[in-house]
Design a protein around this ligand. Structure first.
Ligand SMILES: Nc1ncnc2c1ncn2[C@@H]1O[C@H](COP(=O)(O)OP(=O)(O)OP(=O)(O)O)[C@@H](O)[C@H]1O
Ligand SMILES: [Mg+2]
Length: 457
């Protein structure tokens, strides 16, 4: 279990010390308070995973502390410690929502067990509430209500209801694997969903990964092995980055699909398989076929239905939803209160180009949750490229002159040059060297033109 923040509340300093030592020895981070009021001010300032409190204390006692925590909707688990003979108070505390009680005098082992149990229970509850939300949103793991995503869901539904092979095309991090899983889940096929990343497995191992082998088929084949194709029979095999599959294996795969059976390496005899293939690539599919990276005959087999997954920049309306989703997810995972998003942050997120798509957004939100110590994610928690991004969307678009305008060549060329320079500056966040590179001119020429055209920079 990762380190948790535990708050010990007890008016006896010696008791706090003993508990502190043993909880620290368990790897937790410990704060202390001498009464309920001090405890409350700590809980209000920082996220606490567990409170371990004495019941009888001068000032605000344990019961009052519990009552206030519940009243304020703070669901931090509380374990109460009570003296032998005051068990009714412990019962009262449990009714108020304490998760457990410990009777004094106790062995340290009893405390350790109660703490471990309470933290484990809390982790399960957090995960459950997250999963419940995921399920209640309907489309499994997908977040997004944009028109582009609605059509994607519709297409997934249609494809799932058939047996046709599907080809998913989209940039890195757009959610291709999520689409593949959704197709399998909605298809009602009873077998497994088996993903295989053709780019991640060395070519010499890929064949046996896909088709399996029998003992002794090659050096190192010490026992029989079932291949992914066989494993996915009656289910779905997901061939990720299929264009990276070596040509000889593409031929073999095509034969499997045509004949509906596979032959394990070194075996004599074939096994029938019932396969549904979903493939994916983040390359230009047409070009992959033309360049021969993907065999044309295999391509026709695999690309019965093509599914294009939109890039995040093409559905900016989903950015806020996704950002909040990932904030929640990672805050819960870290056992933190869920922070909110400052409006400037949202603006930057919505304006950014997102070359790494949803995966990049998730990473950025995870990083922000880790860095954020307060209740709000601000620009300080974003990576620098997001904060200092070029205002690309507000950059003047470069268009040709319309028919009504002047046709003076020199004036028009100058006008166009000026606009291109402004665009390049906007795109490179006013960095002259970068702008010059974009324009394909020297930095010195750029300076000269800036002066001539009196472009403010
Ligand atoms: N619409 C979405 N809603 C919620 N999470 C998403 C969505 N799209 C993608 N993700 C998440 O983003 C991450 C990247 O998605 P996924 O792995 O499916 O992308 P990919 O297109 O296969 O990327 P690559 O080409 O790099 O393999 C995953 O963690 C996935 O759960
Ligand atoms: Mg992928």
């Amino acid at each position: 279990m990762s380190a948790k923040r535990i708050l010990i509340v007890d008016n006896e300093a010696k008791m706090r010390r003993i508990l502190e030592l043993s909880l620290k020895a368990m790897g937790h981070i410990v704060s202390e308070a001498a009464d309920g009021a001090a405890a409350l001010s700590i809980v209000e300032k920082q996220a606490v995973d567990l409170v371990l409190t004495d019941l009888r204390m001068p000032g605000m006692d344990g019961i009052a502390l519990l009552a206030v925590l519940r009243e304020r909707g703070m669901d931090v688990p509380v374990i109460v410690m009570t003296a032998y003979g005051t068990i009714e108070t412990a019962v009262e505390a449990m009714k108020l929502g304490a998760v457990d009680y410990i009777i004094r005098p106790f062995e340290m082992e009893t405390v350790e067990m109660a703490v471990t149990r309470a933290l484990a229970m809390q982790a399960v509850q957090r995960e459950n509430s997250f999963l419940r939300e995921e399920v209640s949103r309907g489309w499994g793991a997908f977040v997004g209500t944009s028109a582009a995503m609605q059509s994607l869901y519709e297409l997934i539904r249609q494809v799932a209801s058939t047996r046709s092979n599907a080809f998913i095309v989209g940039d890195t991090g757009t959610g291709k694997e999520l689409v593949a899983r959704a197709i399998h889940e909605a298809s009602g096929r009873t077998g497994l969903f088996v993903p295989i990343n053709c780019a991640a497995i060395p070519a010499e191992l890929l064949e046996s990964e896909l088709f399996g082998h029998v003992k002794g088929a090659f050096t190192g084949a010490v026992r029989d092995r079932v291949g992914k194709c066989e494993l996915a029979s009656t289910g779905t095999i997901f061939l990720d980055e299929i264009t990276e599959m070596p040509a000889n294996l593409q031929v073999k795969l095509l034969r499997v699909l045509q004949e509906g059976c596979i032959e394990r390496l070194g075996a004599n005899g074939t096994v029938p398989v019932d396969l549904r293939v979903v493939s994916a690539t983040n390359r230009d599919l047409q070009q992959a076929v033309e360049s021969g990276a993907l065999r044309r005959d295999l391509y026709f087999r695999l690309n019965v239905v093509r599914i294009d997954v939109p890039g995040l920049r093409d559905r900016r309306g989903d950015i806020a939803l996704l950002a909040n989703h990932f904030l929640r997810k990672h805050a819960l995972e870290l056992g933190r209160a869920v922070p909110s998003l400052d409006s400037h942050v949202l603006q930057r997120l919505e304006a950014y180009e997102w070359p790494g798509n949803v995966r990049e957004l998730e990473n950025i939100m995870e990083r922000a949750v880790v860095l954020c110590r307060g209740e709000e994610i601000t620009l300080a928690h974003l990576p620098v490229e997001l904060v200092h991004q070029p205002p690309s969307r507000s950059a003047p678009p470069v268009t040709l002159v319309d028919n009504e305008g002047s046709l003076n060549l020199k004036a028009q060329v100058e006008e166009l040059e000026c606009r291109l320079i402004k665009s390049a500056l906007a795109r490179s966040a006013n960095n002259k060297a970068a702008a010059a590179r974009l324009l394909g001119i020297s930095e010195r020429t750029l300076w000269y033109k800036l002066k001539t055209y009196k472009v403010e920079s």
